[in-house]
Each structure stands twice: as C-alpha cells, then as structure tokens.
Design a binder for this molecule. Structure first.
Ligand SMILES: [Zn+2]
Length: 340
C-alpha cells in the first residue's frame, strides 16, 4: 500500500523545489548519468500513456523507438479514484526503473485523457472523470520526483506520428483521432501546438452545415455527431433498423449493402467538408488519421480528396492523407517525445 500523497502546504511554495532535492538525493545514491543508458551514450526518453483502462510506461531511444528499452502496462483502476490512479502511475514507474536498472530522468512526458488548462494546471474535458479539476501535472511531479510534462492523448498521437511515424519529416502535421470522439493534435516542426486554452486542433466540435444532432458538449451539429464511429453506426441503424458495428458496416459495403455504402459515402463527404475548414486555416503538410474510423480504406482514396476539394479555398490539394504506422504504441511514444 502506498503512503498518501502530500502537497506543499502553501500554493505559492514551488513544487520544483522538492523535485530538485529528490533528484539530487537520487544522484548521490545511484551511479549513472541522467537520461542515458548503461552505456552512457544514448539519450533515453521516458513516457507514460495514461488511459481510462490501462497505464503504459515506456523508455525509448528515439533513434530506435520500435524496440523500447523498457515497457510496462498496468490497469488504471480509475474507479478507485484520483489518488489511487496517481499511486498506480508511481508504482508503474518504480517497477520499470527497477526492471531496467536505469536512473530516473529529470523529465517524464505524460499523455492524458483530457487537457490541462494552461491557466490553472487543472485537468479538464477528460472522460476519465476522476481526473477532472485535479492538478495532475503538479501531483505527478511530486509523486514521481520528476518534471512531469503533460499533453492530451491526441497531441501525443500526433507528435509520435509526426516525429517517428507516418508523417516523419513533414513540417506541419495534424494527427486526427476519429473514433468514439473526434479530435486532433497539431505538431509544428516537431513540437505540439498547445494553444492558449489547450484546445488547439479540437475540430470535433466545429459546427457542420445541415446538421443538428445534439452533442454532449451542449451544442448541436458538431463534427463528432456526424463522423464519429457511433454517429456512423446510428446513421446505418436508422436505415436498416439493425445495430451494426462500423467494421461490419465496412464489410457489408464491400458485399453490396447499399445502406452500408451510403454510410461510408456520408463519412467521406462530411469528413471532406469538416477537414477542409481546418486545412483552410492550418494548411498542414500531412494529416494522419488515427482511431477506429481511420481504418476505413475509403478515407485514403481519390473520393475523399475530391470531397475535401469541394470545400477548399484552393484549386488543388497536395496535403498528404496518411494511415498511422505506430499502432497502439503512438500514445506512449508521443508521451516520451514530450520529454525532449
Ligand atoms: Zn460538440
């Protein structure tokens, strides 16, 4: 059982102070140089992917990310509350440190569900609701004895695919999450664009023309109510009176089911409209589509490019639209890259 977490008595007392002392103590007690492997040459990055059901911790060498130096998964157990989740993360990092024999770095990147409000340091918009309103970054810095650098999980996905994955080498990259929800991260020359409110890239709640389905956010006709996985499944169900998963809709479309075909046609047309509005503003070099809806092959064809062009303020579209290449690892790799 882990001891309870403590915080500085005064909000003006810097968290950084205990972090520095903690690292100095560790420096004295353990050999080796910070951020480097046993051979003393590699710059290793530590990342934590905090999900609603699992916590993944990994140590990667950015030159060879496909073979993490160390990697560990534990259950989040978020139903047991916020302090328990922080304790689970601390325990996972301790275990990985023991398993690898590496010295803990000064900075660890953390991907989170939801976003840290830059003005207050409190987490918001998380579907792991016990995290909302909590100073997760400060608490993790204290619990881990490091500078915990947080980013939204969509931002971590975008960062990983932009630096190590499908869009490697491109300057401005959007990493879309098209799944149960719709969001994205924006990476500019290898760095995440956070934005004043921490919401840069949140195109899922832009309004769409001719759409009025109420959204959980309190508005109506949001992109998410039209092209998320559940929205597409609802569209199909309304025509066939049958509840079918999106992968099955894709299979049925391939087998000649006209309603399934119409559902995917709607996805392509509405995706084109929604993303053209974003391209008009950001003009990215590449867009990587993650999430379950990102598996729909029609999103990567000429039909989608034509759908975008119908709404784009340009006669041609050179933006690359790419499938992700890092799979489930993108979250923890992106988190580790925050530590650069
Ligand atoms: Zn909305």
């Amino acid at each position: 059982m882990l001891p309870p977490l403590t915080r500085p008595a005064s909000s003006t007392e810097p968290f950084g102070r205990s972090v520095v002392i903690s690292n100095e103590m560790r420096d004295r007690s353990r050999p080796g140089r910070e951020g480097r492997g046993p051979d003393g040459t590699r710059q290793l990055l530590w990342g934590i992917d905090l999900g609603g059901t699992k916590i993944e911790v990994a140590v990667i060498d950015p030159d060879t990310p496909a073979e993490p130096v160390g990697r560990l998964r534990v259950a989040t157990e978020s139903q047991r509350g916020y302090d328990h989740v922080v304790g689970r993360i601390r325990s996972a990092v301790d275990q990985l440190q023991d398993a690898t024999g590496l010295q803990r770095p000064r900075v660890i990147g953390v991907g989170t569900p939801g976003t840290t409000e830059p003005a207050t340091g409190l987490l918001k918009n998380s579907n792991t609701v016990c995290l909302n309103g909590r100073p997760l970054g400060a608490d993790l810095s204290l619990a881990l004895g490091v500078d915990a650098r947080l980013a939204n999980d969509a931002n971590c996905f975008a960062l990983a695919e932009a630096v190590l994955g499908a869009a490697r080498g491109r300057g401005v990259v959007m990493g879309l999450i098209l799944g149960t929800g719709v969001g994205s991260g924006v990476v500019v020359h290898g760095r995440v664009l956070d934005g004043l409110h921490g919401i840069a890239g949140e195109w899922g709640h832009n309004p769409m023309r001719d759409e009025a389905t109420p959204c959980y956010c309190g508005r109506a006709g949001c992109v998410e109510t039209v092209i998320s996985g559940p929205a597409l499944e609802r569209f199909y169900e309304a025509r066939r009176a049958e509840s079918v998963s999106l992968p099955d809709i894709v299979r049925r479309a391939g087998g000649g089911d006209a309603h399934a075909d119409a559902t995917l046609g709607r996805l392509v047309a509405k995706f084109g409209e929604a993303i053209a509005a974003v391209i008009n503003i950001l003009d990215p070099d590449a867009i990587v589509i993650g999430g379950g809806v990102g598996n729909v092959a029609r999103l990567y064809g000429d039909e989608t490019r034509a759908a975008i062009l119908r709404h784009l303020f340009n006669p041609e579209l050179r933006t690359e639209i790419l499938r992700p290449t890092l799979g489930d690892s993108a979250g923890v790799f992106g988190a580790a890259l925050l530590a650069r």
